[in-house]
Design a protein around this ligand. Structure first.
Ligand code: HSE
Length: 304
């Protein structure tokens, strides 16, 4: 039996929506799962992470798949997992959520969908520890999440970014900034003025994405809870954000926990990415540019 799982990249936070907002992007990992009946786990990696990612049960996709077999109390018959990875690793584009969901959805499909999509999403969020990448990767579009009592409620919001995709430029510097480290450096307590700064702006960011008002997005997409602590640790990041604005982007933010930056524009404008790349180069870092659109669609599972 073979299953193909497609899961998109995501950008989390969107400036002030720290750990709450996320948006799916049109950059997809495509993974084929086949059962082998020899009890072995064999992973093949093509694209991002080839030669770097583990190719056994320690691979993140494989271990997420095994988590589902364990949860379902079913023995794993052996799996061949072929990963075509387009989402760069450790970039701020949700690669770990993409891997997690891929493995869980693949194994769940092979098991005849023992878990509902809601149960898979809940398990993936619990495993990841924050919902803002996993939820839009699963649901597509712009997603807001809250923790209510002991569970996460994730809602796909009506957004212009869902109906007619908004153009985004991602610039990814060659700089190691693991999410764990990017979270550990944040203060445990925040001042009331910073909380107000973010609450008010997060509301307007969702409204700007709902209406497609890029001018409002530019005014609202700033943050007082995480970016001020993270940006100084990424060489050239502040200069790259300034350069993007100077080159005419409507709004720019750290994508997730970084190190990539995301700039929003009404249409593709190569000058934005080039200006950001130059700013990173001046700080001694090479950088990759991804010209993408937002995606209304989330994860997709098909039997092949
Ligand atoms: N909201 C998370 C953070 C996203 O900023 O730490 C990590 O991808």
């Amino acid at each position: 039996m073979k299953v193909l799982v497609k899961v998109p990249a995501t950008t989390a936070n969107l400036g002030p929506g720290f750990d709450a907002l996320g948006l799916a992007l049109n950059l997809w990992n495509e993974t084929e799962f086949s059962t082998t009946n020899d009890g072995k786990i064999v992973v093949e990696v093509e694209g991002e992470g080839k030669g770097i990612l583990p190719i056994d049960e320690n691979n993140a996709v494989a271990s997420a798949a095994l988590q589902i077999y364990k949860q379902a109390e079913k023995p794993c018959p052996g799996l061949r997992i072929h990963c075509l990875n387009r989402v760069p690793l450790g970039s701020g584009l949700g690669s770990s959520s993409t891997a997690l969901l891929t493995g869980m959805l693949g194994a769940n499909a092979l098991l005849g969908n023992l878990l509902t999509d809601e149960e898979v999403l809940k398990l993936a969020i619990e495993t990841e520890g924050h919902p803002d990448n996993v939820a839009p990767a699963m649901l597509g579009g712009l997603v807001a999440s809250i923790v209510y009592e002991d569970r996460v409620i994730s809602l796909k919001l009506p957004a212009r970014a869902n109906r007619s995709p908004i153009h985004v430029t991602i610039v990814l510097p060659d700089f190691d900034f693991p999410t764990k480290q990017a979270r550990a450096i944040l203060p445990k307590q925040v001042e009331r003025k910073d909380a107000i700064y973010n609450i008010s702006r997060a509301i307007l960011v969702t409204e700007a994405l709902r209406t497609g008002d890029l001018d409002l997005l530019g005014k609202a997409m700033s943050d007082a809870l995480h970016q001020p602590y993270r940006i100084p640790l990424i060489p050239g990041a502040q200069a790259a954000m300034n350069a993007a604005r100077h080159a005419g982007t409507a709004a720019v933010a750290l994508s997730g926990a970084g190190p990539s930056l995301i700039a929003f524009s009404s249409k593709e404008d190569p000058a934005v990415g080039a200006a950001m790349k130059l700013a990173f180069a001046e700080a001694g870092l090479t950088a990759r540019i991804f010209e993408l659109s937002t995606s209304y669609e989330g994860a997709e599972v098909t039997f092949v």
